[in-house]
Design a protein around this ligand. Sequence first.
Ligand code: OSB
Ligand code: MG
Length: 361
Amino acid sequence: MLSYSKISNPLVKPFKTSFGTQLSRDAIILTYQEGDTKAFGEAVTDNAPLYGYEDNFTVLHVINNHLKGMFSPNMEPQKFNAKAKEIRGHNMAKGALEMLLWDINAKREGKPLHEFLGKSKGYADVGISIGMSTVEDELKTIEDSIKKGYRRIKVKIERGYNVELLKAIRDRFGNIPLSVDANQGFSRDDFETLKKLDQFDLKYIEQPLPLEDINGHALLRKEMNTPICLDESIESVESATNAIERGAVDVINIKPGRVGGLQNSLDIMEKARENDVKIWIGGMLETGIGRSFNVSLASNSLVNMPGDTSPNHRYFKKDITNESFEMKDGRIMPYKGPGIGVSLDYEFFNGVQVEGGRLLD
Ligand code: OSB
Ligand code: MG
């Protein structure tokens, strides 16, 4: 049986980006049960379409009315992808089902997902993504993150909140591995401001311009020394190829939820590496379920920069999974159990569930 639950779990701290402030992780969790085996999926959407055009409501609508008829628990993820291609867009809905299929298939083989995916290094290098706050508060968080061993610090920026923040960070912490994420917050009129960021020797600037503006990123890339990283703009192998061919990108932040799942992620990763574009695995404040998919993919040897896959406790006082990731020397190891290797803490899960129902018998 396939069912869904919508949960709302408060974040330990509000997460502010150029597109808004998230106070809780409001997620759609998919559960498939077959005998004693349970498999899971998670859509990376939120209640509002602020990061991309999908939200929790469109995900449920698209799964219920368009995708579930194409889905069978007995198929391989690639087969599902081939059928789901008929439906335009809606990668986050597709990704939730596709990842569920990876979990089912890995569990049938009795293998942990990172091994089932292949080319695993057995660990993922971890960076932290810090939401906007006051400069003083961010400096405190950064100090704490460096002590914890994070391998890269990423701060969120927007118009009017960038140069001063970065000056303060470089003054206090010197040459730490640092990057910025604008979440589409700038436009082609802001190139002079953006060029000022070159002085801070950043690893990259992530998604400075609107996601549609591939040409704009190519123009900016010619004017800036800071490498350009794309997140929201990369939705498929085709959009990755387009961005590469237009000279718009140095680094890609892959989120399996955003590109329709793990197979598309692997294909984009291959394409990027063939073209000397660097790769890391991002996050969307996922619960322990989505997080385990991300960590499994981040362990792949095609990944060559630290990603946004912090341990669960960085986001939640209590997560819905019984297992939680630990970081040691800035690294996280995927779980050893079959598939994504997590079980749900049902007492807690039921407490944070706000809605639920059956999708398929
Ligand atoms: O742009 O990478 C992003 C969170 C929600 C939506 C978009 C983004 C983010 C993050 C946090 O940066 C990454 C994480 O720690 O999960
Ligand atoms: Mg981003």
